[in-house]
Design a protein around this ligand. Structure first.
Ligand code: PHE
Length: 500
């Protein structure tokens, strides 16, 4: 049977863990907690949950059922839904690929910091350590500097793992890796959280994290943040769920799994916030530095603040570092393999080449490109590419997806498909969300991002850098998507024939 040749999940839980594995990642650990704190504490959960429930989960349902119905990854799924949208089927996995090449490097940093947790290599000035000694940051994006060998080596290890897991197949690679890493990740975060809340001063941080300020949710930017974060965190419009959905057996639940994935991702983000903020509260109390000065996000949180906190731990500081950077490593890897799969599955389905060859080439070329991010200018380039691909590439690909299904294919066709096999049925409200609500949200998101762009160049980077690494990358991805639609299957047989 064809579906067997393409690979299939061994169990429902295998699929669910892989989907959660894709969703839970760096975004949950280093961005959600800070956004919550900044945007009204506990009150932020209202816009965030609305974003997850009205756009995130409905799009997961859409993508999984599209992949499942066509028994194909995004390029097959979209072209079968409507020939005119073949390019969209490539656009999404290509966006994933762009994210993958820098995301893997960040996981490589975390790998280094696992080692540093034992040696405390960062000394007392963790800020100057990361930027000067570790990243060797240059004067700007065009001042490449040299290869940073520890980063290069670590990102090579990460690419090897990406390759090895996806190369081994859907069931014995991706499913197995998620079955090992996801329970461990939850366990490790739970231990961190328990350790965090039992530290002196934890309450100070938790108060800052959760104290609700309802006036904030009247602010439009808070809603934009909520939708943007839900989008990235749930990995929607990346081609991941089409590929993962295509490996589900014919009779599988879709709706309930989508809700489980969305809630698990949100729950994990919330849990991370408890861990992160109780530790920040401890640090502020311990050092006497005001809370507003210890609180940060992303790189500043993981690689500047946390190493400091590790140094302050009363007992077994290395264990604390191991747990935290281990969470970044596992959360990151289960996301990065989903991006490898999203793209590779498209090539495999469309050309008929075998998985092992396609994954090997994908990872080899990805590794080559990642080298750029292992240089002294890596952080600048990463920052610009990350901003543009998410603010425009992914948002527009999501918009195109909702329009394609909402207005051309007809959402009710997909709803019939998943209603016939799922644990419970979904009413026509879903059609409304796909047809009107999701496009509206994404148009507003795109416009707000663009308005900010023309007011002020992103992070004050020179125009040429923003043009070449931002706009041009976004545009090139779209051009390549169109070119890939012209790709001919190997020989005359195609394995992308599905049973729709
Ligand atoms: N959702 C992941 C995170 O929160 C990132 C991701 C993006 C995963 C795109 C897959 C595809 O970190």
């Amino acid at each position: 049977m064809e579906s067997e040749a393409r690979g299939q999940w061994g169990s429902r839980i295998g699929f669910v863990l892989a989907a959660i594995g894709s969703a839970v990642g760096l975004g949950n650990i280093w961005r959600f907690p800070y956004l919550t704190y900044k945007n009204g504490g506990g009150a932020f959960l209202i816009p965030y949950l609305i974003a997850v429930l009205t756009v995130g989960i409905p799009l997961i349902m859409l993508e999984v059922s599209l992949g499942h119905k066509s028994q194909g990854s995004a390029p097959v799924a979209f072209s079968k839904a409507d020939k005119r949208f073949s390019w969209l089927g490539w656009w999404q996995p290509l966006n994933s690929l762009v994210i993958l090449v820098y995301y893997s490097v960040i996981i490589g940093w975390a790998l280094n910091y696992i080692v540093f947790s034992f040696t405390q290599a960062w000394g007392s000035d963790t800020n100057s350590f990361i930027y000067k000694s570790f990243l060797g940051i240059t004067s700007g994006p065009f001042d490449i500097g040299g290869i940073r060998w520890p980063i290069f080596i670590a990102m090579t290890v990460i690419w090897f793992l990406n390759w090895f897991i996806v190369y081994s197949g859907v069931q014995s690679g991706i499913e197995r890796a998620n079955k090992i890493m996801m329970p461990l990740l939850f366990l490790m975060m739970l231990v961190l959280m328990i350790r965090g809340v039992t530290l002196p001063g934890a309450a100070v941080g938790l108060e800052q994290y959760l104290h609700p300020d309802f006036s904030k949710i009247l602010n439009a930017q808070v809603w934009i943040d909520a939708f943007g974060q839900a989008f990235f965190s749930l990995s929607v419009a990346m081609g991941v769920y089409c590929a993962y959905g295509s490996y589900l057996p014919r009779k599988s639940d879709i709706t309930n799994n989508a809700f489980i994935t969305g809630f698990a991702d949100t729950g994990f983000a919330f849990l991370s916030g408890l861990a992160v903020f109780s530790i920040l509260g401890f640090m502020s109390t311990q050092s006497g530095v005001p809370f507003t000065e210890v609180v940060t996000q992303s790189i500043g949180l993981a690689f500047v603040a946390f190493p400091q906190g590790i140094g302050m731990m009363p007992v077994v500081p290395w264990l604390f570092g191991l747990l935290f950077f281990g969470c970044l490593l596992f959360g990151g890897l289960t996301s990065s393999i989903s991006m490898v799969e999203s793209f590779s599955a498209g090539i495999i389905d469309k050309t008929g080449y075998n998985r092992k060859a396609v994954v090997t080439w994908t990872c080899f070329l990805g590794w080559l490109v990642s080298m750029v991010f292992a240089t002294g200018a890596g952080l600048y380039i990463l920052d610009i590419v990350d901003h543009f691909i998410n603010a425009y590439g992914v948002v527009l690909a999501g918009l195109a997806e909702a329009v394609a299904i909402g207005w051309f294919l007809g959402p009710e066709k997909l709803r019939q498909h998943f209603n016939a096999i799922s644990d419970f049925r979904i009413g026509p409200w879903w059609d409304f969300l796909i047809k009107y609500w999701a496009p509206l949200i994404m148009i507003v998101m795109g416009l707000v991002n663009f308005a900010a762009e023309i007011q002020k160049p992103y992070e004050g980077y020179p125009f040429l850098a923003l043009f070449l690494l931002g706009w041009l990358v976004v545009a090139l991805v779209l051009v390549v998507a169109f070119l890939l639609t012209k790709m001919k299957p190997k020989g005359s047989v195609t394995t992308s024939k599905g049973g729709v």
